[in-house]
Design a protein around this ligand. Structure first.
Ligand SMILES: NC(=O)C1=CN([C@@H]2O[C@H](COP(=O)(O)OP(=O)(O)OC[C@H]3O[C@@H](n4cnc5c(N)ncnc54)[C@H](O)[C@@H]3O)[C@@H](O)[C@H]2O)C=CC1
Ligand SMILES: O=C(O)[C@@H]1CCC=N1
Length: 265
């Protein structure tokens, strides 16, 4: 076994699925989760070995840490003495700095901090990565490869990870929130819920595909939809009057501030 994943919750399972779809051998992966009962379920679904004892990571060359930020310090304390000397630790925990991780593991341990997002579930993930102080270029490249198994990845200076968390880490939730509101609006206008949902979901998927495939600025794409004195202009005026643009900026700022707070900054 060369790869160990600790924490098979939402994000851990998402990445695990991506890695296996990308061709990684299930026999090469060990999953550790403290929730009893996960083992059989995950083994049946993914074919991987699942254990509860974290010290089993001793033989792993790469350890993916996918537990909640508040659980990470205790987890690091329990694995520190069992890590292989040349191990690469890849942490997905929001707001936990590479320095905070390095302080709890043997000096010189390679650490990469990643902020992924849930669309990794359908291989459309977006991850930001930052290297710790003892991480070789080849180890950073290995972490990038791991993340590219289920989407895109960018390497940045660690100071930018709060912004990445606020934009792409939390971002899917903002889109789902808008979708919920639009579906409710469709129901208010008398559409069956299933029809409203189909209309909105395909509209969001289509708009996202246009952004990516045309490479056009969003302003240009929005102007193409907005006819003089038409329906879209009437709607956009309401959005502006309600301060939706400013609210989005404030929301992203709040997420970045919370990420910074989680990291003790
Ligand atoms: N859910 C999301 O959209 C995103 C989450 N993240 C980060 O990913 C990490 C995981 O988040 P989720 O998957 O949402 O959490 P989750 O609560 O769904 O999963 C965490 C898993 O870790 C296990 N666990 C906790 N402590 C353990 C220990 N000591 N040993 C073994 N297993 C342990 C729990 O049993 C649970 O299955 C967090 O640090 C979060 O900040 C990052 C980006 C996006
Ligand atoms: O809400 C959170 O704290 C995590 C980090 C980014 C997405 N979910």
């Amino acid at each position: 076994m060369t790869l160990a994943l600790i924490g098979a919750g939402v994000m851990g399972q998402t990445l695990l699925g991506g890695l296996l779809r990308a061709g990684r051998d299930a026999a090469d992966v060990l999953v550790v989760d403290r929730r009893a009962g996960r083992g059989q379920e995950l083994h049946e679904r993914f074919g991987v070995r699942v254990v509860e004892d974290v010290t089993a990571v001793a033989s792993a060359k790469t350890v993916l840490l996918a537990v909640k930020p508040q659980d990470l310090p205790a987890l690091l304390d329990s694995i520190a003495a069992h890590l292989a000397p040349d191990v690469l630790l890849v942490s997905l925990a929001a707001g936990v700095t590479t320095a905070a991780i390095e302080a709890r593991v043997p000096a010189g341990t390679a650490v990469v901090r990643v902020m992924p997002n849930t669309p990794s579930l359908v291989d459309e993930g977006m991850a930001g990565l930052a290297a710790g102080s003892a991480c070789a270029d080849s180890q950073l490249a290995e972490a990038e490869d791991l993340m590219r198994s289920c989407g895109k990845a960018v390497v940045l200076a660690e100071k930018h990870l709060d912004a990445v968390t606020a934009l792409s880490g939390s971002g899917p939730a903002y889109v789902f929130y808008v979708v919920e509101a639009m579906v409710e609006a469709g129901v208010l206008l008398g559409l069956p819920r299933a029809t409203a949902t189909e209309l909105v979901v395909q509209t969001v998927v289509g708009a996202g595909a246009m952004l990516r495939e045309t490479g056009q600025h969003p302003t240009v794409l929005r102007e193409q939809v907005t006819s003089p004195a038409g329906t879209t202009a009437a709607a956009l005026r309401q959005l502006d009057d309600s301060g939706v643009r400013a609210a989005l900026v404030s929301a992203v700022e709040a997420a970045a501030a919370r990420s910074k707070q989680l990291s003790g900054g």
